[in-house]
Design a binder for this molecule. Structure first.
Ligand SMILES: Nc1ncnc2c1ncn2[C@@H]1O[C@H](COP(=O)(O)OP(=O)(O)OP(=O)(O)O)[C@@H](O)[C@H]1O
Ligand SMILES: [Mg+2]
Length: 331
């Protein structure tokens, strides 16, 4: 059996079939429109996913680009296309056990519909968990708090002995910082930059975003914007911390000693230090070695664990029936 860890995020889908090599592609889907003429006689493609969808979005006019997950909600059935694409990139076409996640505050109906659809369309077993559980499993922490700062949402959970105690989905993600930064750069330099460029601008020391404007070259570097970034980042972290504190209010201190900070937001400059400062009285902040892929890697571990358990449960049941049969024969 192939075990798959699949983390479909607002911005990126991450998946692994071995727990260490993770494939990543944009969580984008484009359905092909029927053209009036097809000159090459080729059958037209029905659906474009990931990097191809991103290329279509940038280079082809009048295509509708779907982002199946938005603000913590499953917006569209094209979600299934992302799962299919991930499995085909991993060459995992049959006999699979997939562990995957949804935001903590997804509805029960959303979850059961999704599990049914994944099972029926992909013909595989599915384990659906709250997204941050992946990073907890990857870090090997069974009791503690996980704050997963994604692109569109921040998901928070408290686990006690790998059991869900409470959690929340905040509609504040990396997108909120990027929107403010994008506006600042547009006002100051007159150029527009994409979220991908923003990530590079903030995380790579010598990266410069350059654009042509009015016949001139305009370049922006990290130093040009770092002061504004620090200001936005601090109030953004405070907003998240306030909500996390509301969730932790009244909990026993033994539950909150380990705090895992994960998701792409954990990689933004100084975010780790800011969280450490806020939680210094409560617990230790740990960041997985790669917070962007940690959920997928943890889901992989859980897929192995639960698929094994299911099997051993089935084995145990078989053994029990075998013993009963023998008992009946003796009588
Ligand atoms: N060093 C970095 N590497 C990768 N992404 C980064 C980095 N720094 C900041 N980011 C940003 O963090 C964002 C969030 O990443 P992540 O993959 O955790 O979100 P997601 O899972 O797609 O979203 P969500 O969990 O909200 O559904 C990325 O889209 C990127 O813009
Ligand atoms: Mg995520």
């Amino acid at each position: 059996m192939r075990h798959i860890g699949l983390d479909i995020g607002t911005n990126y889908t991450k998946a692994t079939a071995d727990g260490s090599n993770v494939i990543t592609f944009p969580s984008l889907v484009v359905y092909g429109e029927e053209k009036e003429w097809s000159l090459k006689g080729k059958a037209e493609r029905q659906v474009y996913v990931g990097d191809e969808a991103s290329y279509m979005a940038q280079n082809v006019e009048n295509v509708e680009v779907l982002r199946p997950l938005h603000e913590g909600r499953l917006m569209h059935s094209s979600y299934i296309e992302l799962a299919k694409h991930a499995l085909s990139m991993l060459n995992a076409e049959s006999d699979r056990f997939v562990a995957t996640g949804l935001p903590v505050k997804s509805s029960k109906k959303e979850r059961s519909d999704l599990v049914d659809k994944l099972k029926n369309t992909l013909n595989c077993d599915v384990l659906l968990l709250p997204q941050p559980v992946g990073s907890m499993a990857y870090a090997g922490v069974n009791t503690g708090v996980c704050i997963d700062i994604g692109f569109g949402t921040t998901d928070v959970i408290v686990l006690a002995d790998m059991e869900y105690l409470k959690g929340d989905t905040l509609l504040v993600g990396v997108d909120k910082i990027y929107e403010n930064m994008e506006m600042t750069i547009r006002n100051r330099f007159g150029i527009t930059i994409t979220p991908e460029e923003m990530t590079k601008l903030l995380s790579e020391e010598n990266f410069r975003v350059g654009k042509v404007r009015g016949g001139k070259k305009i370049a922006v570097s990290r130093d040009d914007v770092i002061d504004e970034y620090s200001q936005f980042m601090k109030s953004w972290v405070e907003r998240i911390v306030n909500r996390v504190n509301m969730l932790l209010e009244g909990l026993s201190i033994s539950l909150v000693e380990n705090i895992i900070l994960t998701g792409g937001g954990a990689k933004l400059p100084d975010v780790e230090n800011e969280f450490k400062e806020h939680f210094k009285d409560i617990g230790d902040i740990q960041i997985p070695d790669d917070p962007v892929t940690a959920n997928a890697k943890g889901f992989y571990r859980l897929a192995k664990l639960y698929a094994g358990e299911e099997k051993s449960e089935a084995d145990a049941l078989e053994q029990e029936q075998e013993i009963k049969k023998k008992g009946r024969k003796k009588k």
